[in-house]
Design a protein around this ligand. Sequence first.
Ligand SMILES: *[C@@H]1O[C@H](CO)[C@@H](O)[C@H](O)[C@H]1NC(C)=O
Ligand SMILES: *[C@@H]1O[C@H](CO)[C@@H](O)[C@H](O)[C@H]1NC(C)=O
Ligand SMILES: *[C@@H]1O[C@H](CO)[C@@H](O)[C@H](O)[C@H]1NC(C)=O
Ligand SMILES: *[C@@H]1O[C@H](CO)[C@@H](O)[C@H](O)[C@H]1NC(C)=O
Ligand SMILES: *[C@@H]1O[C@H](CO)[C@@H](O)[C@H](O)[C@H]1NC(C)=O
Ligand SMILES: *[C@@H]1O[C@H](CO)[C@@H](O)[C@H](O)[C@H]1NC(C)=O
Length: 779
Amino acid sequence: MEFSKNQLLLFFAFTVLVLSQVSGATRDNDKDQLKTHIVLVHDTINHVMPATSDHKIYNITNKVKHKLQHLSDLYVSLLSAVIPDRSRFIYTYKSVINGFAAQLTTQELEELSKQEWFAGALPPKKYKITTTHTPAFLGLRPPSIDPQGAWNTTNLGEGIIIGVIDTGITPDHPSFRDDHLPAPPTKWRGHCDFGPSLCNNKLIGARRVLNATQGEHIHYPPTDKHGHGTHVASTAAGAFVKGSGAYSSAVGMASGMAPRAHLAIYQVCNENGYCDGADVLKAIEYAVDDGVDVLSLSLGLSEDSDGHHVYEDHIAVGALKATLNGLVVSCAAGNDGPGFGTLNNDIPWILTVGASTTDRRELVVVELGDGTKFDGKALLQPKNWAKGMFPLTHLGVKEFNGYTNLRQCTGKMDRRKVSGKILLCPFDGEDPIQKAQNMRAAGVHGVIFVLFLSSLGLDDVSVEYDFPYAEVLLTDGTKILNYINSSKNATATFSFRGTVLNKPHSPSLAAFSSRGPSLPFPGILKPDIVGPGSSILGAVPPTYIDRTNRKSLLFDFMSGTSMATPHLSGIAALIKKAHPKWSPAAIKSAIMTTARIVDNNGELITDSSPIPGPADLNGIGAGQVDPTRAIDPGLVYDIKGNEYISLICGMGLTDSQIGIFISPSPPVACSKVAKISQEQLNYPSITISLKPNSTVVVTRTVTNVGIAASTYIAKINVPKGISAIVKPAVLRFNAKYEKISYTVTFKWTGVVIYPLRGQLVWLSRKNVVRSPISLVLLN
Ligand SMILES: *[C@@H]1O[C@H](CO)[C@@H](O)[C@H](O)[C@H]1NC(C)=O
Ligand SMILES: *[C@@H]1O[C@H](CO)[C@@H](O)[C@H](O)[C@H]1NC(C)=O
Ligand SMILES: *[C@@H]1O[C@H](CO)[C@@H](O)[C@H](O)[C@H]1NC(C)=O
Ligand SMILES: *[C@@H]1O[C@H](CO)[C@@H](O)[C@H](O)[C@H]1NC(C)=O
Ligand SMILES: *[C@@H]1O[C@H](CO)[C@@H](O)[C@H](O)[C@H]1NC(C)=O
Ligand SMILES: *[C@@H]1O[C@H](CO)[C@@H](O)[C@H](O)[C@H]1NC(C)=O
C-alpha cells in the first residue's frame, strides 16, 4: 500500500480494541510495598524420583490428600514464625502447587527464604481480561438441519463441565437457564455461592475467588459487575435464546458452542477487569478439584507484573497441573497485534487462541456528492435518519512531519460551523457517549470516523456511538479528505444497510490478535488456532443499556481474543463429549489438524487489514477452527504428561525452577530424564530452524482414532530451495489407537522463495490431517 503525502497518519493507542479498558494499577518499586507472593513449601513426604509413568506420579487425585484445614494451620504457623500478622495469609494451595499465598514485602520474602521449608516463590502477577451468528458461521447447525454435523441429537456438550475463570456471572440471564438439562455428573464436587435459587443444571457452580484482590471483599456472591465473564460464559456454553441481538443488529437465535454443557464459574477479576495471579491460581486449583473438564481463561498478563520467566507465570504453572489431570486449558493469545512476538499464554500445554473476524457486518454505505461510494461499518444504526445529500466538512487539519492529521472531534463544537453537516473525524474509540452528546448538541447530522492505521480493517474496531456514524478505512478516509479539499461544495450521505452476512474474504485474521513467535518457546508455532473474536454478540448483565431506548440489553457486542477463547472451549467440550477418553493433547490435535486455511472465497485466509496477502502463520497458527471436522480427525498427535516434563528439562531450567513447575508432584532430577527439544515435541504443527546445507530431522507419532484399517499418504509442501522428505510416506493402520512414527528430513539446499511456510498433510479416503510447517532460516 502506497503512502501518499495526504495519507492520514493518526496514531493512537491500540487499547480501544480491548473493550474492557481500565485505568492501570500503579507500578510500584517500593521495597516496603505489600504484594501478594506465592510461597512454595518443600514436600518433605515425597522423595526425588525420575519421571517415568506420568499417571503414577502426577495424578493428584491419586495422591493422598492432606486435610486442607490441617495444611492451612501448618502454613499459617510457618508464616507467623517470621511475620506475626496473621491477616497477611491469603490462601493454601495443595493441588496445583505446595504452598501458600501471602501479602509480603520483598524484605519479608527474603526472611522467609532463609527458612528450611522454603522451596521457592512465585512473584506477584496481575492479569487482565483481554453469539447469535458464530455457531452457524462455524458450521454448527441444529441436528434437525444437519444430522451429520458436530451438533447432533446426542451431542450438544451434555455432561461436560466448562470452567470459566473471569469477572463472574449474571446468574438469572436467559443464556444460563437449564431447560431439560440433566444434573451434573457425579464427579462434580464444586460449590455455588449463589445458593440453589440461582444455580441450576446449567450454572452448576459459582465461586468468588477474590481474597488476594484488595478492596474486593464486598461483592458477594460472584455477580458479574463488569460484563466480560457473562459474555465469555455465554459464548462457551450459553443455552439457546430466541430473538437475541443488540440495538436491532444481528437478531437471531443465540447460543454458545456447547449449548447443553454445564458451567462452573470462578470469579477472579474485579469490576475493572483486573485479576491477581494468586486468585487465578487458586481458581485453577478449585477447577481441578471440582471436576471441571475444560478450562476457559480469557486473561492475559498485565504490564504491572514481576518476573518474566515461564515458570513464574501462574497460568502456565496452574495449567500444567490442570493438563496433567486431564483438563483442556484454552487461553487467549492477547490483543497486542499486529506486531510480531506479542503473544500471551504461549505455552505448549495450553491451547492458545487467536481471533478472527466473522462474515457478518453492520454495513453503512457512504456516498459522496461525486458519486463515489465506500463501505463503512456502524454497530448502531438509526431507524429514522433524514436521507439526502448533506454538506461534508471537517474541523481542520494539522500538518505533522509532512503528514496530514485530521483534528479530533472532541469537546463542544461551534454550532454555526457544523450544524446540519456530516463531519469527517479521526477514530479514537474514546468517550463514545460524550462524543454523541456533543454532536447532537451541535446539530451535527452524521459523522464519518476514519480508522487510524492502514493495517486496521473495519472488523477490527467495534465502538457503539448512539449517533448516526460510519467507520471507514484509512485509505477511504484519505480519498474523502481529498474530495473535501478539491470541491467547493462537498456533500455526502449514508445508506444504513443493517446486518449483512456472507461478507467476502471471511474469516480474516483480526489485526489486534497477538502474533508469534513465542519468546519462551520459539520451536513451537503459536497461536495454535483462531476462532471468531471480532464484534461477537454475547450475554451481558442488565447494567448494559441500549442507549437508543434506555432499556437493559440482554446481549451486546464485544471484540478480542477474549471472545475467541470461549468458542474454542465450547468446541473442546463437544470433542470431549464425543471422545471422553481423549487426552487434552489429543483434543488440541483434533482441533488443529482439521482447521480451515481458506476463506469463503476459497483463498488462503488473509489479514483483516486492507493490505492483501495471506495471513502469517505466526498470527493464524493452524487456521480457523472447524468443529464438525474436529470431531472426527482420523489421526491425532498425542502428548503424555511426562513428555512436557522432558520438554521443560530440555529448556535448561535448574531442578529447583522445574520444582516450581511440577510441585506438588515429587521433584524431578532432569539429569535422569530424557530431554525433548521443542521441535521434537509431538506437536500437531512443525517449527524448525535451518542453516545452509544442514539437515534437521523431526519425528512425530500419530495415533489412529478413525477407521481401524486405513491408509494415509503423505503430501508435503515446502518453499523452493528447501527439501523435505517424509519417511515412511505411507502409513498403514490395522487397528484403532495403533501408533505409527514417521520422520521428516528438512534440508536448506538453494535460494529460498518466500514466504517461509509449508504444510504436511496425511490423506486417507476419509480424512485430511494437516500440520502447518513454520521455517526459520539461520545464516
Ligand atoms: C476468603 O476470605 C473469606 C473472608 O475472610 C474467608 O471466609 C474465606 O475462607 C477465604 N477463602 C479462602 C479460600 O481462603
Ligand atoms: C487419576 O486417578 C483416579 C483414581 O485412581 C482415576 O480415576 C483417574 O482416571 C486418573 N486420572 C488420570 C488423568 O489418569
Ligand atoms: C488541498 O489542496 C491544495 C491544493 O489544491 C494543497 O496544497 C493542500 O495541501 C491540500 N490540503 C490537504 C489537507 O489535502
Ligand atoms: C451544494 O450541493 C447541494 C446538494 O448537492 C445543493 O443542494 C446546493 O445547491 C449546492 N450549493 C452550492 C452553493 O452549489
Ligand atoms: C453424534 O455424534 C457422535 C460423535 O460426536 C456420534 O458418536 C453419534 O453417533 C452421533 N449421533 C447421531 C445420531 O448421528
Ligand atoms: C550448499 O553447498 C553447496 C556445495 O557445497 C554450495 O554450492 C551451496 O551454495 C550451498 N548452499 C547454501 C544454501 O549455502
